[in-house]
Design a protein around this ligand. Structure first.
Ligand SMILES: [Mn+2]
Length: 326
């Protein structure tokens, strides 16, 4: 466990107006960490604004404080002169925040992350790759700053643990994750509330869309590759809204023996978006990169022109090949 660096604590104490931002397509860790840290800093009498380039996914809108997040292509009002420091939350590169090229060195950057390969682009860089979630680091930061957490802040940080550990199922569900969770619950975090937002708040259209998509399930390579299609027509039949396909990819992933999955989504005439997941050391980032996309070893995606069916066939073949050479 890396200690909260003194130079970070000093920067937080010495500045008054913080802009907080996180990465493209923010997840529960990005949202919960930002909302939690903003509340902690406000508790110290600091001014904070949270801005993300991309919108908050619907499931996290229930988190108190998430409505205060500014969102849009343009940085928030007052940028950069109205701030005296920028805090980037789990952005391995500054590009992930969308603020690259707009800073001109005007704001010192405090870079807090738990990802491998962080480029240490900040004035201060606190990167702990063993942290179960960024929110767990923010929890430690609060203690180092001697700030006691109220229930809302605790719930924000608890949310980060639940989402980043897959509800305490992944390899990062370490003793540290459970210890932090226990402390946050003591501080008033509401696990039942968080579970309701994440697992019991689906719109009917999302469940109908799942039903449509499951009709297209194909399994190949002796049960090791599973793929789904999602066409515009299916989305229309389900009455689907943006975000309804969120989490869909976890359904084929739940099949016993499956090593790699893909969801091929039609985004326009003859245009598809491919999302992939894999288990263990099966590297699918390589496949995504070859098609001009990206991601991580076990979660990657790209866009490809072609009819959905043909794209699905090609993706399935590439996943089978990757399995063969893994
Ligand atoms: Mn994270």
């Amino acid at each position: 466990m890396t200690d909260t660096p003194e130079d970070l604590l000093r920067e937080l104490r010495n500045h008054e107006r913080f802009l907080l931002t996180s990465h493209a397509n923010p997840d529960g860790d990005a949202i919960g960490s930002a909302v939690g840290l903003a509340r902690i800093l406000r508790g110290l009498g600091k001014g904070t604004v949270i801005w993300n380039r991309d919108a908050t996914p619907r499931v996290y809108e229930a988190l108190p404080g998430s409505a205060r997040i500014h969102q849009g292509e343009e940085p928030p009002p007052g940028f950069p002169d109205g701030f005296d420091a920028l805090i980037t939350l789990e952005c391995p590169t500054l590009e992930r925040s969308g603020l690259e090229g707009q800073l001109d060195g005007k704001l010192p950057i405090l870079n807090i992350d738990h990802h491998l390969g962080n480029e240490q682009y900040g004035k201060v860089n606190w990167v702990d790759t063993a942290a179960p979630s960024l929110g767990e680091m923010i929890h430690r930061l609060a203690r180092a700053l001697n700030v006691s957490l109220d229930a809302q802040t605790a719930t924000s940080l608890y949310l980060t643990l639940v989402t980043d550990t897959g509800n305490f199922r992944f390899a990062n569900a370490t003793d540290r994750a459970f210890e932090a969770a226990a402390e946050l619950v003591k501080d008033g975090a509401q696990p039942q509330e968080v579970a309701r937002w994440l697992y019991e708040s689906q719109p009917e259209s999302a469940v109908r869309l799942l039903g449509e998509a499951l009709q297209t399930l194909e399994v190949s390579a002796e049960g090791r590759v599973a793929t789904l299609l999602l066409t515009k027509e299916m989305a229309e039949r389900a009455g689907a809204k943006p975000g309804d396909s969120e989490g869909l990819i976890d359904v084929p992933r739940s099949i016993a023996g499956v090593r790699a999955v893909a969801v091929v989504r039609e985004i326009g005439p003859g245009q598809c978006k491919v999302s992939m997941r894999s288990r263990g050391d099966l590297d699918i980032e390589r496949i995504a990169r070859a098609h001009g996309g990206g991601g991580h070893r076990n979660a990657a995606g790209f866009a490809l022109d072609g009819e959905c069916d043909a794209v699905r066939g090609e993706v399935a073949r590439e996943l089978e090949e990757a399995l063969g050479s893994a």
